[in-house]
Design a protein around this ligand. Sequence first.
Ligand code: UD1
Ligand code: CA
Length: 520
Amino acid sequence: MTPTPPAAVMILAAGAGTRMKSATPKVLHRIAGRSLVAHALAAAAELDPGRTVVVVRHEREAVASHVTEVAPHVLVADQDHVPGTGSAVRCGLSTLDATTVAAAVAAGGADMAHLDSRIQGSIVVTSGDVPLVDGVLLSMLVEAHDAQGNAVTVLTARVPDATGYGRIVRDGSGAVTRIVEHKDASDAERAIAEINAGIYVFDAARLRDALAHLTTDNAQGELYLTDVLALAREAGGRVGALVAPDAAAVEGVNDRVQLANAGAALNRRIVEGWMRAGVTVVDPATTWIDADVTLDADVTLLPGTQLHGATRIGAGATVGPDTTLTDVEVGEGATVTRTHGSGSRIGARATVGPFSFLRPGTVLGDKGKIGAYVETKNATIGAHSKVPHLSYVGDATVGRHSNVGAGTIFVNYDGVTKSSSIVGDHVRIGSDNTLIAPVEIGDGAYTGAGAIIRHDVPAGALALNAVPQQVVDGWVERRRPGSPSAEAARAAQDADATRGLSSGAQEERAAAAADQEGEA
Ligand code: UD1
Ligand code: CA
């Protein structure tokens, strides 16, 4: 069930992420084919909020341009020099207010000073580094917030090791009174196992009031967003909490060990989701599926399959084992075995592999075949056409029902420019051909084995240019005397001679037998 859409979602992504020890900002590290912040944006989008704002500061340009690329309508707010999550939310809120007021002014409903035009309603605050928090969990939090009529609702979790987290302090009746940061906590407070996940729903007006009262009077000298809870309570607002059903899902990513753990957990969730949707996954542990991949019913994924980007697999297709596809569309009932492919389209009931390399721009028609040790690039291979063995097909168009013989190379590059070749329908290219682009082979044409095709071949013609075979008898014994080859040749000749002799002997015996019969 989807709750009432919040007025806004705010994603905090201004922190430095120093424990990643990376030149790449933490929120731009990727799992399941998306950056950490893109996971947060996807979860936010599921709430259908009025606005979404991402607060940035560290590596501002890189983060802001990525955010704008993956979610063009999202607002970007710059955190000022004041450190802390409270400061980040202040900056995010002032951007939301300014945008909302500007929209009201544009609609002719207010002047710039009209405070009632600032954002109101529920504001969800989440983090750019909690990729396992999805729209379902955020929706649960918004629902609890609405149902309880809270000023603040915080997501909490009970974890085995709470070190470093803010602790949830409750009163005798179990109501949340405040959050105390690890560094500020007493020993008794550090013994609390319920932690602040750092994800909240706020009533905008209550949040605005409380933010104005934050101080840096704490162990870290920062503005703590967590202090808003106690302030809202003092101001007469209700503070509620939702305990996350799965504590692991709210864990943030702070270093690369947690990044890999989060990646594995997210992959398990994605793989299980597809299995429940009717996909057979033989070995979930070695199957990796990005968040944006789509699979139809009765797809079978064999062990060691990795599906990345916008890959789509049609109903009944079998992929794997040991196959990596990135942005590849696989048609219904196709088979893709031990293949590495990207930016390609494979038709229905086509077969690919084993050991095929499909580079971007490969389009294989229905029931077509790209076989063992074949590399393709920017190549359209029509329906029912086959490139079964050991070939390179680059910058080419092959029609329907054609066959490209084993070991054929489409020579598309002369060292300076690339050129394209065209092969028609029902063509038979012999084995070990070299097609020097640009060249065109007409419908129904044949080429002989070993041909080097430099000129167009008209429809229905046979092109031959292999050198006629020359046989120089006895060359090896004359020019390589005493070599193993010469010895082998000698032995073969001797064997021939013996066979000649023995067949002569048989003839003699047969003749003798006939004589005897004649005498009888
Ligand atoms: C914060 C909470 C803590 C909670 C923990 C959950 C506060 C004071 N503490 O801890 O109670 O248990 O999250 O992970 O809020 N950020 C900014 N600007 C800043 C500082 C942080 O945007 O100036 C962002 C970070 O990029 C990150 C999020 O806020 O996305 C949390 O920051 P982090 O430093 O990891 O949280 P803590 O302060 O350790
Ligand atoms: Ca953190």
